[in-house]
Write a protein that binds this ligand. Structure first.
Ligand code: TYM
Length: 344
């Protein structure tokens, strides 16, 4: 007997994503995530949150956490997210995330979580000293996404495995509880040269908030001088840029700077290469620095402007949380019924 394919999800398309308030945002967050949020809000109903519940899976100073939530919100607004178009909210203001995560903790398998590379990277050699929350982090992420029945998740490449796990959880929930098509199987929106921005000091490791060297990343709040200095000091090689991307194989730093240029300029790496083929980094870096200053300078400035009015940020977050709770409530209610929890 052939097994019948369960009916596909038939609800509307929705976008959801989030960023952890665990430190200053950098160029990787901007190109891998924020730029995409801003673009997608005009195409599809969009929910963008600040992942403060994820943040506390590793120690966060409570005195700083609220300020960092505001800072991420300011970055969203500065990047062009419009609170009249997209729903912007703090995760912890919507308790349904935690409630759905519990149900999903009972759907996801230990073996699935054991494969998560981000846990391995973050925990290092001493996983027994990490919080249980850090281990089940991807399950909470699945709840974030599926609570809003999101179909598209704009993220950088490092989040791909978590979105795949979300699909596995959705599929197993739909199957085990005989609720075909209840949850969508969301897709990670990763494509483009900004999907994986690497450290400016080492082309083999990702640009990251936690890298001890500030020269490894360009922060959204860096001023023009700092941006130019960091580009100037970025590691490169002595060869000129070739004509084709194929010839850049094995030149991780060169490939990274080219990708940054392309992502900032809204072009493909191949297109940028045709402009700079044959030129060395002495010529390329000043152009990249100018472009980065032109694109990021106004974002940093707008961020500082929004941060000067915390009451306005708070009112955006309060209104966003209310709307998010409204959308989340029916999903959680239906889940409780499907699972067989007590209540009406
Ligand atoms: P976080 O806070 O580490 O990063 C936020 C976003 O930035 C992207 N990103 C990068 N993109 C390109 N190059 C880089 N070097 C780079 N570094 C970071 C990340 O891929 C991400 O899109 N688990 C998530 C937060 C989260 C979430 C969610 C995202 C929680 N729940 C639900 C989507 C949907 C995280 O830690 O992102």
């Amino acid at each position: 007997m052939t097994e019948q394919t369960p009916p596909a999800y038939a609800g509307p398309a929705r976008v959801l994503s989030g960023v952890q308030p665990t430190g200053a945002l950098h160029l990787g967050n901007y190109l891998g995530a924020l730029v995409k949020f801003t673009r997608m809000q005009h195409e599809t109903e969009t929910f963008i949150f600040v992942a403060d519940m994820h943040a506390i899976t590793q120690w966060q100073d409570p005195k700083l956490l609220t300020a960092q939530v505001r800072e991420i919100t300011a970055a969203y607004l500065a990047a062009g997210l419009d609170p009249k178009v997209a729903t912007i909210f703090p995760q912890s203001a919507v308790p349904a995330h935690a409630e759905l995560a519990w149900v999903f903790n009972c759907v996801a398998r230990l073996g699935w979580l054991d494969r998560m590379t981000q846990f391995k990277d973050k925990a290092g050699k001493h996983k027994e000293r990490e919080s249980v929350g850090l281990y089940t982090y991807p399950v909470l992420q699945a709840a974030d996404i599926l609570l809003y029945k999101a179909t598209q998740v704009p993220v950088g490449e490092d989040q791909k495995q978590h979105v795949e796990l979300t699909r596995d959880i959705a599929q197993k929930f739909n199957h085990d509880f005989e609720a075909p098509g209840f949850f969508p199987l969301p897709e990670a929106m990763i494509a483009g040269p900004g999907a994986r921005i690497m450290s400016l000091r080492d082309g083999s490791s990702k640009m990251s908030k936690s890298d001890p060297s500030d020269y490894s990343r360009i922060n959204l709040t860096d001023d023009a001088d700092a941006i130019a200095q960091k580009v100037k000091k970025a590691r490169t090689d002595a060869e000129p840029l070739p004509e084709t991307l194929d010839e850049l194989k094995g030149r991780a730093e060169a490939l990274n700077l080219l990708g940054i240029y392309a992502a900032l300029d809204g072009r493909t790496s191949a297109e940028v290469l045709t402009e700079f083929a044959g030129q060395g980094f002495g010529a390329f870096k000043p152009k990249l620095a100018d472009l980065a200053v032109a694109k990021l300078g106004p974002v940093g400035e707008a961020m500082r402007g929004f941060l000067a009015d915390p009451a306005e940020i708070d009112s955006i977050l309060t209104a966003g949380a209310e709307r998010a709770r409204e959308v989340a409530a029916p999903t959680l209610h239906q889940v409780k019924k499907i699972v067989g929890f007590w209540g009406d």
